[in-house]
Design a protein around this ligand. Structure first.
Ligand code: ADP
Ligand code: MG
Length: 553
């Protein structure tokens, strides 16, 4: 087949433009990205070879090879992993398929400083090669295929694809280095970069410099199998970047080995920053599952509940069967046991953070609280434990408040936990619905996450206290002994209109408003404003009604 010329997807062209023109710091990360891809490709083939051993029979030992060539001014990163066929090549290196890409691109502003920091979080993967290369050549053959393909591009708008009859299994990425980037031909530089960013890669990364014997540059053992005191914070962080495909600091790193009815090692991370795909409808979890260091899948539904989908990392168990399909694995009863272990561990650790480092916990809560709260109505088994982790903003100051804090300072006679919902904290904090509560010093939770309406609607509350919206039906304020002293109450009473006047006003309002309202009632919830709108007891909360109407439901 003759060489074909194809255009990059518009999004890729934009990313390439930023990569080439604005991304100047830490250029060496291109190597981390290419080694990471090579390692993923080896992992994939190792898994396929479990059921199709013929795929690796000709060359069974996986390796990644770096070949600097000072004469040709090229650096080659080669692997003998799964490789790509023609369609995969065009799809993978011509488009960006990662979920969250659309969202990410919408956030790009054209202001290169901001864009570069965003791209740093998002990671541009393969395309980072164009930071140091004027052109890139990819020669690849999918394991099991008879012949391979050659892809070339200078990173400006288009790429070519042609058949490559003599391609070896796997992928070789040949970088034609820019004149000012020849440092990446120096063995000492390559050694240092691999040690810094890719030491945790479980496949050997070898340097092949001229005729010299290949030299292995990394530790080449799976990081999670090493003992904790031999792993540095930097190594954990680089490993997190590799498995999570994000580039922030891990907020929490949790490396544990469980030994008991079932044995497994887990290395879990909670990100600092919100992943781009957090609110994608598929709510996919992202742990990588290994069986005895053989990568099985990063899409194993049963491993974590959806409300913990922000957790990244790996789980490795020798007790799971190696030779089964991913689908069967999802229904393996051992998986449920592992899930329980992981969730308990995470819940325990979050609780500890909340108690010992409340400010640090607040940072976590502001980012992931809305997801954790999904567990309040989805995960009944663990609802009590999740309840302890939930935090709120309230009418009492800026600090995050737990149910325990709230209940601890309830007023005498108060039997409910009061809340108000809306989109904007500042706006709902001004609501006239709060006047009566404020006058009595009764604290009200300010709920602004879209998810809040859903869980509070059937939340059992905390201890013996149910949840109650300040916007619902009547109030029980009369029963609460608040901060307002008797004298102030007396004063206010004196100002109140006589009952008959109020009754005739209500009659007049009902007649005027007709069917626009369900009812008009006198209320003790207001102290300053003359009227407010509330939903009747049992009716849909107004905020939710607005939300559904906005979605035309
Ligand atoms: P990501 O690794 O986040 O998916 P990349 O831009 O790094 O994004 O790579 C895009 C895709 O190209 C990968 O998901 C993979 O399917 C394919 N790919 C890249 N490098 C290789 C390789 N060495 N071997 C096989 N496939 C590869
Ligand atoms: Mg990648």
């Amino acid at each position: 087949m003759a060489e074909e010329k194809l255009q990059f997807q518009a999004e890729v062209a934009r990313v390439l433009d930023i990569v080439v023109h604005s991304l100047y710091s830490h250029k060496e990360i291109f190597l981390r990205e290419l080694v990471s891809n090579a390692s993923d490709a080896c992992d994939k083939l190792r898994w396929m070879a479990l059921t199709q051993p013929e795929l690796t029979a000709d060359d069974p030992g996986f390796r990644i090879t770096l070949i600097p060539n000072k004469d040709a001014k090229t650096l080659t990163v080669a692997d003998n992993g799964v490789g790509m066929n023609r369609d995969e090549l065009i799809e993978n290196l011509g488009t960006i398929a990662r979920s969250g890409t659309g969202e990410f691109l919408r956030q790009l502003t054209g202001d290169s400083r901001k864009d570069v920091s965003l791209i740093g979080q998002f990671g541009v993967g393969f395309y980072s090669a164009f930071m140091v290369a004027q052109s890139v050549e990819v020669v690849t053959r999918r394991a099991g295929d008879a012949h391979g393909w050659r892809w070339t591009s200078d990173g400006t708008g288009s790429f070519t694809v042609a058949e490559a009859a003599d391609a070896a299994r796997g992928t070789r990425v040949v970088l034609h280095l820019k004149d000012e980037e020849h440092e990446f031909l120096e063995p000492f530089r390559l050694r240092h970069i691999v040690k810094t960013y890719s030491d945790h890669i479980a496949i050997p990364v070898q340097l092949k410099d001229g005729d010299a014997e290949p030299e292995t540059l990394n530790e080449a053992s799976a990081l999670w199998t090493r003992s904790k005191d031999e792993i540095t914070a930097e190594q954990y962080k680089e490993f997190y970047h590799h498995v999570a495909h994000t580039f922030d600091e891990p907020w929490l790193t949790l490396h544990t080995k469980a030994e008991g009815a079932i044995e497994y090692t887990s290395l879990l991370f909670v990100p600092t920053q919100k992943p781009f795909d957090l609110f994608q409808p598929d709510r996919k979890q992202h742990l990588r599952l290994y069986v005895n260091r053989v990568f099985i899948t990063d899409d194993c539904e049963g491993l974590l509940p959806a409300w913990l989908r922000f957790v990244r990392g790996v789980v490795d168990s020798p007790d799971l069967p190696l030779n089964v399909s991913r689908e069967m694995l999802q229904h393996n009863p051992l998986l449920k046991k592992i899930q329980n272990g992981l969730v308990n561990k995470l819940l325990g650790e979050l609780k500890k953070k909340a108690a010992d480092a409340p400010e640090d916990y607040a940072r976590f809560w502001d980012v992931f609280g809305p997801v954790v709260k999904e567990g309040m109505y989805e995960d009944f088994e663990r609802r009590d434990k999740i309840t302890e982790l939930v935090r709120f903003r309230t009418t009492h100051g800026e600090d995050l408040v737990s149910f325990e804090d709230y209940v601890g300072r309830m007023k005498e006679g108060q039997t409910h936990i009061y809340y108000i919902t809306g989109d904007d904290r500042a706006a709902i904090a001004q609501s006239p619905l709060l006047e009566g509560y404020r006058a009595k010093g009764v604290e009200v939770l300010l709920l602004t996450d879209p998810i809040d309406e859903f869980w509070v609607a059937n939340a059992p509350g905390y201890k013996d206290f149910g949840m109650k919206s300040v916007a619902a039906g009547g109030t029980d304020l009369a029963a609460i002994k608040g901060a307002e002293d008797d004298k102030a109450a007396e004063e206010r009473k004196k100002d109140e209109a006589p009952r008959e006047d109020l009754d005739s006003l209500v009659t007049l309002l009902k007649a005027t408003l007709g069917t626009k309202v369900k009812d008009v009632r006198p209320s003790d919830r207001l102290t300053e404003s003359p009227v407010c709108l509330v939903a009747d007891e049992g009716d849909m909360p107004m905020h939710l009604e607005r939300l559904l109407r906005a979605h035309k439901q």
